[in-house]
Design a protein around this ligand. Structure first.
Ligand SMILES: Cc1c2[nH]c(c1CCC(=O)O)Cc1[nH]c(c(CCC(=O)O)c1C)Cc1[nH]c(c(CCC(=O)O)c1C)Cc1[nH]c(c(CCC(=O)O)c1C)C2
Length: 363
């Protein structure tokens, strides 16, 4: 598979992720393919969200849109897909409701509700069920012609459990909390099952052409430090420990791995020792302080508040200045990104200005 792809013309992201010294910090943004881009709406038209994910042609087109628009400014593409394709592969129905987000008609209610037993009993065919993702990755690599590396990803076990029991996004996390505090053993069994699927899924993404992988634990901040240690960290570690082994078995080289545990500021020390090359930070961290904690053990990715893109040009410049200074100009150990996904109401020209300011200030 790998032989058919053109060599990378820009490998800045991969070099920085491996901790090497670089001429400038690489950058990309989470959710860079998405609703803030008019060309996204045009290409997606009236199609269902998951229909776009399942079509390698559409998914690759959407993935490459920000690379075309911000040519020369950004250094990575991330495959257009969603973290919720794993629950789908596990047999759950997930719909994407326009302007509302994901919806599971039949969430897991309790360990004895029948749904849980069904999900736990299913022998998931990670290769077959998610074949469309691997096809989208290979097609995107072909179309990218080596312009920038392609990032693969999955949801972290804890975050996926939240969606599977809440049935969608949540503000109160009533069901997730019920599961961890009332059914800890059954929660851990489910988390382990998801973690094993994540390893296989990421390995197959690498086999298809993904050159770095990121694990999104978007709801880590809902846990206490103690419950993070029981219900999130062990499964993040399982993935980082087992993915390289699985790749080796498949005759593949290891790829850099990134963990993004949003809101888990209390766990930065643990995340620096969790077996990932890169630790993604949200905007609750002060760049200089986080950089000191990391102390060269991992590369830091992040962490501008995505909300600053609603501000004035002066506010954008000030945010970039603080990051560039805190991360010591990004000659080593920093991948520039936002602290979470870009939001749908941002003007793409303001994001472009953000990118230009990073380039100007890290020359
Ligand atoms: C990495 C990624 C994701 N989704 C999408 C991508 C595509 C690649 C990219 O980053 O450009 C497309 C992606 N996924 C979705 C969209 C919007 C679809 C549309 O309405 O057009 C896009 C472009 C839909 C989606 N999918 C999800 C939500 C959140 C709902 C909630 O608040 O709980 C939503 C709204 C779940 C989801 N999906 C994802 C996460 C982890 C990152 C994060 O925290 O933002 C999460 C939590 C990951």
């Amino acid at each position: 598979m790998q032989e058919q792809f053109e060599p990378l013309k820009n490998d800045l992201l991969l070099r920085a992720a491996r901790g090497e010294k670089v001429e400038r910090p690489p950058m990309w943004v989470m959710r860079q393919a998405g609703r803030y881009l008019p060309e996204y709406h045009e290409a997606k038209a009236n199609r269902d969200f998951f229909e776009c994910c399942r079509s390698p042609e559409i998914a690759s087109t959407l993935t490459i849109q920000p690379i075309d628009r911000f040519e020369g400014l950004i250094d990575a593409a991330i495959i257009f897909s969603d973290i919720l394709v794993i629950p789908q592969a596990m047999g759950m129905v997930v719909e994407m409701v326009d302007k509302k987000g994901p919806h599971f008609p039949e969430p897991l209610k309790s360990p004895t509700d029948g749904q849980y037993e069904k999900v736990m009993a299913k022998d998931v065919d990670v290769k077959g069920e998610l074949d469309y993702v691997y096809k989208a990755i290979s097609l995107t690599r072909l179309k990218l012609k080596g312009r920038v590396p392609l990032i693969g990803f999955c949801g972290a076990p804890w975050t996926l459990l939240c969606y599977m029991v809440e049935g969608g996004g949540s503000k109160m996390f009533v069901q997730s909390k019920t599961w961890v505090y009332k059914y800890p053993k059954e929660s851990q069994a489910l988390l382990q099952k998801i973690a094993e699927i994540c390893v296989e899924y990421l390995a197959l993404q690498v086999a298809a052409g993904a050159q770095l992988v990121q694990v999104f634990d978007s709801w880590a901040g809902e846990l206490s430090p103690a419950s993070f240690a029981s219900f999130s960290l062990p499964y993040l570690r399982y993935i980082s420990a087992n993915l390289p082994t699985r790749l080796k078995e498949m005759g593949l080289e290891p790829v850099p791995m990134t963990v993004f545990a949003k809101g888990a500021w209390y766990a930065l020390e643990d995340l620096c020792e969790s077996g990932y090359n890169v630790v993604g930070l949200d905007w609750l961290h002060d760049p200089a302080e986080a950089f000191k904690v990391a102390n060269g053990r991992v590369v830091i990715q992040g962490n501008a508040d995505p909300g600053m893109l609603y501000g004035s040009r002066a506010a954008i410049t000030a945010t970039v200045e603080r990051m560039v200074e805190g991360f010591q100009k990004g000659k080593q150990g920093w991948i520039c990104n936002l602290g979470h996904g870009i939001t749908p109401f941002v003007n793409p020209d303001d994001l472009k200005f953000f990118f230009e300011e990073v380039h100007r200030l890290t020359k």
